[in-house]
Ligand binder design. Structure first.
Ligand code: G3P
Ligand code: MG
Length: 250
């Protein structure tokens, strides 16, 4: 039985500004198996890592990511929460790929294109993945399932997952129908009767977000799920190590 993976949500965002190189470095230090990040596109077509469609929440600027050139965007400080890190700038996907290239980490690239339909986002991301030789290390997800189908069309071998938040019917059946490898549900979806079992029987992996409490992490381990996406990868790592000691994954 394979151990559950610990993925750092927006990097180790409990300890460093989310979706920044500082947060991704922390995730590496904390022995995460992977990182999750959100990719969007600037006005001049650069792939940048940021969660919201606007810069307002995380930076000292205002406006839509799509309306900034990369140069304009890189002047912003995307650190509002962790004064000890000083000024932090927005990373590009290429910078993150370079950072993890020589590690064993997986990257869960979440395409943030449910509201703004960035032109050729899928092609651009996959082109970079290919250029850097990282095809086997990247897992694509999106709340925009059209986008995931496009990823599969561009590379039928790409690993994919449908993201969703809550309240949908028949998600395991839906995932099987569209031949995605995984579902990436919000944590509360695990409460639906037979949901985890149904996914297991169909060979659909479950990678769950955002799992920050130890009790929930233990529950995921006990149910043999595939990944916990957490802001606290150090806590996740400890929980998984303890499960290993208890013989959980034998
Ligand atoms: O990919 C898991 C999770 O990041 C999805 O939600 O809003 O944090 O991007 P969000
Ligand atoms: Mg995300």
């Amino acid at each position: 039985m394979e151990k559950i993976k610990v993925w750092a949500h927006r990097g180790a965002s409990g300890y460093a500004p989310e979706n920044t190189l500082a947060a991704f470095k922390k995730a590496i230090e904390m022995d995460a198996d992977g990182i999750e990040l959100d990719v969007q596109m600037t006005k001049d077509g650069r792939l940048v890592i940021i969660h919201d469609e606007t810069v307002d929440r995380v930076s000292d600027g205002k406006g839509w990511v799509k309306d900034f050139t990369y140069e304009e965007l890189s002047e912003l400080n995307v650190n509002k929460k962790f004064p000890e890190f000083g000024k932090v700038t927005i990373p590009t996907l290429e910078e993150v790929y370079s950072l993890i290239k020589d590690t064993g980490l997986t990257v869960n690239v979440e395409l943030k294109n449910s509201i703004i339909f960035y032109k050729d986002l899928e092609e651009r991301v996959m082109e970079l993945t290919r250029k850097m030789g990282l095809e086997k290390r990247i897992i694509y997800s999106s709340f925009n399932h059209f986008s995931i189908m496009k990823i599969k069309e561009l590379d039928p071998g790409a690993e994919t997952g449908f993201l969703y938040e809550y309240g949908f019917l028949d998600m395991p059946e839906y995932a099987s129908k569209y031949h995605v490898d995984a579902l990436h549900p919000a944590l509360y979806n695990l409460q639906y009767p037979n949901f985890m079992e149904d996914c297991k029987n169909r060979g659909i992996k479950l990678r769950v977000w955002t799992v920050n409490d130890v009790e929930d992490m233990i529950m995921l381990c006990e149910n043999r799920l595939n990944a916990m996406i957490t802001n606290y990868p150090d806590i996740g790592r400890k929980v998984v190590n303890d499960c290993v000691k208890r013989g959980q994954f034998n």
